[in-house]
Design a protein around this ligand. Structure first.
Ligand code: ADP
Length: 612
């Protein structure tokens, strides 16, 4: 409707000088501004807006426009809410746009003002910052891997006996390298969260168990600080949906702070309860407390309360901001209530687990390794030596390669049973090497474990890596992964199902010491998931379990053509459900609890040998 547009622009004309002045001000503004009149026509548009949107001023002025389409938004504007839009035409730009309605003297709608702020440079800087942080952390982690690894080995007396003074001094080195590792991890965590590269494994969590673990970890620290550490939890407490390691990390952070910021002793209490559809965990302390003003900023990066009380207490101000991001990514909330001088309560909530999410049980290889040659590919000689020490301790032989060409040649010639590969090679790209190994029929079947300081799990697995491990290398995890790849396949696999984790832990250890591989499941649904994925050679089954009990597991296993031949050994505690004894008859063997775990292992061994 050109007439309306003309009319709108004309109304400014009539104000003469004032209009010119407004035009001049708008032309000098770096942010884009568009005024739309009550009839939906562009009444004013400054050069910045036209340029940011890739139009000429004259194309827009006086035209009837749909603001949502003009800005390329997926959803209509909401009054006063800023939204981010990425545009690719005429060039790549990230814009922060916002619409505010205007009302006339009579209270009637008089149009809208749209402001456009260009944040392309800020976004690019953020990406560069994240890349920089990842790179620096990588460079720091490589030497740190060696420092930490060798100190651990010396303290384990792997290099010979050490005296008390050496132990004390090395203990200090160890403690500080651990601190450095955790600081670098925090920084990497933040940069991962900010760039959306964080991997969360959501599973149903027994919060009481996580709390118990954290309390055990801090018991000695609390005692040293003369703090009484206690926990109360509702029983029964529904399971929460979360990432086990991450939620453990969040709770450790809160408990560590509660102890740290209670310098004069006192008490720290952890509580867990159900609140509507959430599980809420709180950590209360009787420490120094936090003023209302500081409480608002606590969860922001690097924020630390600066007072005479906190100045001597070490910290980075990253912990709470990581807690907040992690919990929010998991769909929960965090918060704090506190009175300065009296103490604080920090809490977090997680949604209750729905029955659908089932933890994916992991396979654990036998304690005795199968041995054999492992090719270690890493540009850093001291890391090679360290990995080699870990693997040799476990009975493997090791060869090194420092470049892609050397690695490919050795893989072909030596046919190792597994390869560990750091993707950051001196001149070549480790991913390309991985691709080459998987593309070549002579090396395709050799399993490759990618070790890296940058988080490339997805890419590695896509390219055919058998597993992925982050640096600094955890000795136990590395050997477990290599064991799984090299020997795990041949060892008979026993699935241990019991809702009592200590029983599962004890039995799995015994079985692995006897050369079996094990998988642990803590209820019937987890058991079914494990059976489907790993096809165990034998199932050791408890009957009384939450979610899905042992009888149902027997029924499902025995009614499927694919699983009906897997022998099931049932462990019964007390009463047997008389109505369902027919199901029990399908089990290969029944054992009554309590029994000596060693006897059990022996019987399973006999049983499997007979079967074979
Ligand atoms: P850090 O403890 O490493 O400084 P955090 O992010 O964990 O970093 O905590 C940020 C700040 O919040 C701390 O520096 C401290 O001032 C304050 N704070 C955290 N927990 C407590 C607590 N339980 N009591 C008093 N102050 C706390």
């Amino acid at each position: 409707m050109p007439e309306n547009g003309l009319h709108s622009s004309m109304s400014f004309e009539s104000h003469g000088d004032q209009c010119e002045r407004i035009q001049a001000i708008l032309a000098a503004t770096a942010d884009g501004l568009i005024v739309i009149d009550a009839l939906g026509c562009v009444e004013l548009v400054n050069p910045a807006a036209a340029e940011l949107l890739g139009h000429a001023v004259d194309d827009l002025l006086g035209r009837e426009v749909d603001p949502q389409a003009l800005l390329g938004l997926d959803e209509p504007f909401e009054n006063g809410v800023a939204v981010e839009v990425a545009r690719s035409e005429p060039e790549h730009r990230v814009l922060m746009v916002r619409m505010n309605r205007i009302t006339g003297h009579d209270g009637e709608p008089a149009g809208q003002v749209i402001s456009i702020h260009d944040i392309t440079a800020e976004r690019e800087a953020a990406v560069m910052k994240n890349e920089f942080v990842s790179m620096v952390s990588h460079e720091l982690r490589t030497p740190l891997t060696s420092i930490k690894g060798y100190v651990d080995l010396i303290l384990d007396e792997d290099a010979g006996e050490i005296n008390e003074m050496q132990r004390e001094f090395l203990g200090i080195v160890q403690e500080n390298s651990n601190r450095l590792v955790s600081l670098i991890n925090d920084i990497l965590d933040i940069s991962r969260i900010e760039s959306g590269r964080v991997h969360l494994r959501v599973e149903p969590l027994e919060m009481n168990e996580i709390i118990q673990g954290v309390v055990d970890t801090f018991r000695a620290v609390a005692k040293n600080s003369e703090i009484e550490l206690t926990w109360v939890a509702e029983d029964p407490l529904p399971r929460a949906a979360g990432d086990r390691d991450r939620i453990g990390q969040v709770l450790m952070n809160l408990v560590s702070n509660a102890i740290k910021y209670s310098p004069g002793g006192g008490s720290v209490t952890i509580r867990a309860r159900q609140d509507d559809e959430d599980v809420v965990v709180s950590v209360h302390d009787t420490g120094i407390g936090i003023s209302a003003e500081d409480q608002e900023k606590l969860f922001t990066k690097f924020y630390r309360v600066d007072s005479s009380l906190t100045r001597d207490i070490g910290g980075t101000g990253l912990g709470l901001s990581i807690c907040k991001s992690v919990v929010e990514l998991l769909g929960g909330d965090v918060g704090c209530e506190s009175v300065a001088g009296e103490g604080s309560t920090f809490w977090f909530s997680l949604p209750m687990a729905s029955c659908e999410i089932v933890r994916k049980p992991e396979l654990e290889g036998p304690l005795e390794s199968a041995g054999g040659l492992v090719l270690v590919v890493d540009r850093d000689p001291s890391t090679c030596e360290l990995i080699s020490t870990y693997l040799c301790k476990r009975g493997y032989e090791v060869e090194y390669a420092h470049s892609a060409t050397e690695a490919h040649e050795k893989a072909m010639r030596l046919q190792p049973r597994a390869i560990t590969l750091d993707v950051m090679l001196e001149e070549d790209d480790g991913f390309e090497l991985l691709h080459r190994l998987k593309d070549d029929s002579r090396t395709r079947d050799i399993p490759v474990v990618v070790l890296s300081v940058v988080c490339d799990e997805g890419r590695s697995l896509r390219l055919g890596a058998a597993n992925y491990l982050e640096k600094p290398i955890d000795q136990a995890r590395l050997t477990r992964i290599v064991d799984d790849l090299v020997g795990g396949q041949e060892a008979p696999l026993v699935l241990v199902v019991d809702d009592d984790r200590s029983i599962v832990g004890a039995m799995s250890n015994m079985l692995r010491a006897k050369g079996f591989s094990t998988i642990a499941a803590y209820d019937g649904r987890e058991a079914m998931a494990a059976i489907e994925e790993h096809k165990p050679d034998l199932i050791l089954l408890d009957l009384m379990m939450p979610v899905m009990d042992g009888y149902q597991v027997i029924q499902e296993v025995k009614s499927s053509e694919e699983t009906k031949d897997i022998p099931i050994v049932v462990m019964t505690a007390h009463r047997i459900d008389r109505e369902r004894t027919d199901l029990l008859e399908l089990a290969a063997e029944q054992l009554r609890k309590p029994f000596a775990v060693e006897d059990l292992v022996e019987r399973i061994e006999q049983f499997l040998t007979e079967e074979a």
